[in-house]
Design a protein around this ligand. Sequence first.
Ligand code: FUL
Length: 459
Amino acid sequence: MKLKLDENWTTKNNGYPLFDSEVERYISVVPNEHQLRLQEKPFYAFLHFGMNTANDREWGNATETVKDFDISKVKPAQWVKAVKAAGMTGIILTCKHHDGFCLWDTKMTDFKATNSLIGMDIVKAVADECYCNDIDFGVYLSPWDMHEKTYGTPAYNDYFVAQLTELCTNYGKLFEVWFDGAKGADAKAFTYDWQRYYDVIHKLQPDANIAVCGEDIRWVGNEAGKTRKSEYSVVPSSLRKCEAVEKNSQQGVDDAQRLQRIDTMDEDLGSRAILKTNEYLCWYPAQVDVSIRKGWFYHKKDDKTVKSVKKLLNIYINSVGNNCVLLLNIPPNKNGVIHSKDTTVLKKLGRKISEMTQNPVIESKPGELSKEQGYLEYLFDSPKKLKYFIASEDISQSQRVEKFDLYLLKPNGKYKKAYSGTIIGSRKIVKLKGKALGALFIIRQSRSNPVIKSIGFYE
Ligand code: FUL
């Protein structure tokens, strides 16, 4: 096996400049504080719960009344416990889905949980439970509202801003606000005043990330848990345009299948070829949103569709381990609890995730590499049955690594290629197999000197 050790970022850099004014432009793009915080806690839960839970639907149909919300209890403590067991660190609750029914005590409409059988502010109950258990809390607020009469007129922007203001004022410190781009194809045309919405959040919740139709976190582009080979965080600023997100989002209740495939995504969002033709760049990491079941809301008939631990672990590795954050949807049912099928899988998933780093063979913190470090060599004290390689860049210095190879020193004394990768970013997880005496991590291409926060090999 030809290792081509002399072909690394310090020498050929794959024929790309290691540092020039263009490279400087790319690496000057870094996360803001709340993006950085989110990427350090990359796994959190989506809870779809509301009128659709009561009616066993995925989308409302604009005919619902408060009476239809015939749910009498919710058990947020059980939700938070399930989330924690999976190793997730936050919850985003659908405070209002497209049907317009509000789970909090809004002053803007009577169409709300406090007026229904349950008579309680569900957002408050969930937020309080989160804060008591060290879980971050965030809100999903659907811009499209099929119930509100002002929808489609300028007054709706005022309505939406007022609701957003309530959520940003009365429910503690939000870590994320999730704006959905979905809207029925036959809904009234409407131009959302996104900037006004963002201004409310900037003023009232300056530490919150605004996701999807938002400026901090981009939607990966499908609902299947799939990612691109390279999920760049430094991308053209034009990707933040909400119109594009809206166009690709769900446009009908039966349109979900399309988003469970990935052929809607442009593959390359941030290679040098893309960046060089775009004047404005931004830090805009991807979020993978996917449901543990077929639907976003709970339906009994979906009980048999709960994803296996193996499937969820793969989604985790392909998202969290591929420079993305993962938002896993777990829908509570009509009894106000998360079904035991889901909680069982979540518990096992949590165990698998913590086992990944339980048995380190070597953990190191290389920092900024010097020109003598075209590759890093690791020798183990005995043959190790490796399971994972996990690397992180110090993303406060942007994302720099563009290509790397990983070789394992096999017990026969020969190196064998285990993986060829592209970007690393906040976290790269590579599954490994077989015994090894050591490893070589060769960075072939980088934007200036790589700054590696950590590298670990795990049994
Ligand atoms: C979609 C919505 O239409 C679905 O109901 C769900 O909320 C999903 C997360 O976003 O676009």
